[in-house]
Design a protein around this ligand. Structure first.
Ligand SMILES: CC(C)(COP(=O)(O)OP(=O)(O)OC[C@H]1O[C@@H](n2cnc3c(N)ncnc32)[C@H](O)[C@@H]1OP(=O)(O)O)[C@@H](O)C(=O)NCCC(=O)NCCSC(=O)CCCC(=O)O
Length: 316
């Protein structure tokens, strides 16, 4: 093959590579255990996307562990909103290296203050005959479903849709999120319709990641797992006037190997909400029915005060 053709093919392959790997989850090393991350995509809230911080923190922790060690769990708190105008510094503390497990503590800092703290644990691969898992819920295959963007496009063509909702939907469409979603259950694109505190959707990173490093797929899944997760707890209460919603913490447990650029079924359920908080539990399934990741998160939900007509949860 000629050099020019080879170079062209290399360029094409690069274009197809997931932006999550090429930019979002690529950190700059500043010093031993100190990394800097940037943010190519910022949500409409104009604070940093929690999944990005979790993913970058896991990348930083992973850069300090030995070969053959893979992240198996992490537990994080979001303590201040992230500022999209400045990069985030990740300081990694090497808590312990044992024979099988290595534990890291990561502090994400902006303006000299912690915005996020996290503990992550890595393990050497240790197969064991002690195995079990629960069953994946039934769901139509992703290829048979419309994408989120197509569903919204369809809703936009509904002549009964109000102008306010149309504007809201066009803003959602404009978001340049580096992940693809195909909802299985109805999505909340018609605001004001209470839904079950459940979500079921197929999800994968946009672009190609390839076999690559198992830890990178876990960092991408960490990013993806925060997307739309906390909203599950809001589903039954959408008639309440919401002032703000933010994730407080995030926990992940990685089970079987998976590829984050292949479709995975995300099953999200909120078993409880109260005290201005909502709990959400999630499972990411490989399409062959293997349980890949378990997730848990609490969010804080602040309502607007003294708005007449709010429907109490018990009446929904
Ligand atoms: C969650 C909080 C706000 C909690 O802290 P706090 O102690 O309440 O903080 P604060 O500075 O004192 O207040 C912040 C704000 O909360 C208000 N507040 C505090 N307590 C009350 C109350 N009892 N009643 C009513 N309002 C209350 C305060 O007045 C502040 O309001 P303000 O910001 O001044 O309008 C803080 O820890 C924080 O901001 N953490 C970062 C959260 C975050 O950035 N999470 C990640 C991003 S969210 C995400 O990625 C989910 C994706 C969403 C999706 O799917 O779309």
């Amino acid at each position: 093959m000629s050099d020019v053709k080879e170079q062209q093919e290399e360029e094409e392959e690069k274009d197809l590579r997931s932006v999550l790997v090429t930019s979002v989850l690529t950190l700059e090393k500043i010093d031993q255990g100190l990394y800097r991350g940037s943010h190519p995509w910022v949500p409409r809230s104009n604070t940093l996307f929690g999944g990005q911080i979790v993913g970058q923190a896991l990348v930083a922790a992973g850069l300090t562990v030995g070969k053959g060690l893979h992240a198996h769990s992490l537990h994080c708190y979001f303590v201040r909103p992230g500022d999209p105008r400045v990069p985030v510094l990740y300081q990694v503390d090497l808590v312990r290296d044992g024979r099988s497990f290595s534990v890291r503590s990561v502090r994400a800092v902006q303006h000299g203050l912690a915005i996020f703290v996290c503990q992550a644990s890595f393990q050497l691969d240790q197969p064991s005959p002690m195995e079990h898992q629960c069953c994946m819920p039934e769901a139509p295959l992703p290829e048979s479903l419309l994408t989120w963007a197509e569903l919204i496009d369809k809703a936009m063509r509904d002549p009964l849709l109000s102008e306010r909702h149309r504007l809201g939907l066009s803003k959602i469409l404009a978001k340049d999120v580096p992940i693809e979603i195909r909802p299985v259950l109805p999505i909340d694109y018609v605001p004001g319709t209470p839904l079950e505190p459940r979500q079921l959707f197929w999800v994968r990173a946009k672009g190609h990641i390839g076999e690559g490093d198992m830890n990178m797929h876990r960092c991408v899944a960490a990013y993806i797992s925060d997307y739309s997760f906390v909203r599950t707890a809001w589903h039954p209460h959408v008639r309440m006037p919401m002032r703000s919603m933010a994730s407080l913490d995030h926990s992940l447990w990685f089970h079987a190997p998976f590829r984050a650029d292949e479709w995975m079924l995300y099953e999200c359920e909120s078993p409880w909400a109260g005290s201005s908080r909502g709990l959400v539990l999630g499972r990411l399934w490989r399409r062959d029915g293997t349980l890949a990741v378990s997730c848990a998160q609490e969010g804080v939900f602040r309502l607007r005060q003294k708005t007449p007509g709010a429907v109490p949860a018990s009446k929904l």
